[in-house]
Design a protein around this ligand. Structure first.
Ligand code: IYR
Length: 218
């Protein structure tokens, strides 16, 4: 028999609802992807709290098919940078079609990824394609969606904690499984450098679509 508990739910008055919704919107609107980090240390406690928030995300059948690997060790960060740059050099110089390179023009990115060493922490998000109960495989549902939602929570939590992040996607990511010694049911989805922006950090002059372009009311 399934077990149920009473829902904990706080009913807010209309004014408070609007204040909180607007405050959240305004705070999230100041988040930017940062590619220039300071080496200033960040207490692990802030990372842990953001991961706890991420791990509260909804997931298919509540299977929570994610692992957040936190890397702060300089040597491990260096190995990740070296491997990522090797893949990215191939990407930028050979594998990416002209159309993709053109789409990336506004961001001024290239194969060099110094932020993988400069940022005090890297959070590598792994998805668990299936569960492992010893040698037994357990089917996981909606893995990509679930981990995407949790990663959104993570980015929001880190931003609200006053930290800068980048969603970095070196490709292919197999090297992360090796360096971080992850089991075979896990695949890396994204690398999130976390820290403070470098003094004078610049960001691309790009904006977000307006409400009329992203939402339709029927
Ligand atoms: N992963 C590469 C290329 C890249 C791709 C997209 I789509 C971006 O929004 C940004 C970069 C890199 O990290 O440089």
């Amino acid at each position: 028999m399934p077990e149920f508990l009473p829902l904990e739910f706080e009913r807010l008055d209309g004014g408070e609802q609007r204040r909180r919704a607007e405050e959240f919107r305004a705070r999230l609107a100041t988040r930017r992807s940062v590619r220039h980090f300071s080496a200033e240390p960040v207490p692990y406690g802030l990372i842990e709290t953001a991961i706890r928030a991420a791990a509260s995300a909804p997931s298919g059948a509540n299977q929570q098919p994610w692992t957040f690997v936190v890397v702060g060790d300089a040597e491990t960060k260096r190995r990740i940078r070296v491997a990522a740059e090797a893949e990215e050099k191939e990407n930028y110089e050979r594998r990416m079609p002209e159309e993709w390179l053109e789409a990336l023009e506004p961001f001024g990115t290239d194969w060099r990824k110094p932020f993988l060493e400069t940022a005090p922490w890297l959070i590598v998000v792994f998805r668990q394609d299936y569960g492992l109960c010893g040698d037994l495989k357990v089917k996981h549902y909606y893995v990509q969606e679930s981990v995407g939602i949790a990663t959104g929570f993570l980015l929001a939590g880190l931003h609200l904690a006053g930290l800068a992040t980048l969603t970095h996607t070196p490709s292919p990511m197999g090297f992360l499984s090796e360096i971080l010694e992850r089991p075979k049911n896990e695949k890396a989805l994204v690398v999130i450098p976390v820290g403070y922006p470098a003094a004078g950090a610049m960001v691309p002059a790009v904006g977000k679509k307006g409400m009329g372009e992203v939402a339709v009311v029927r």
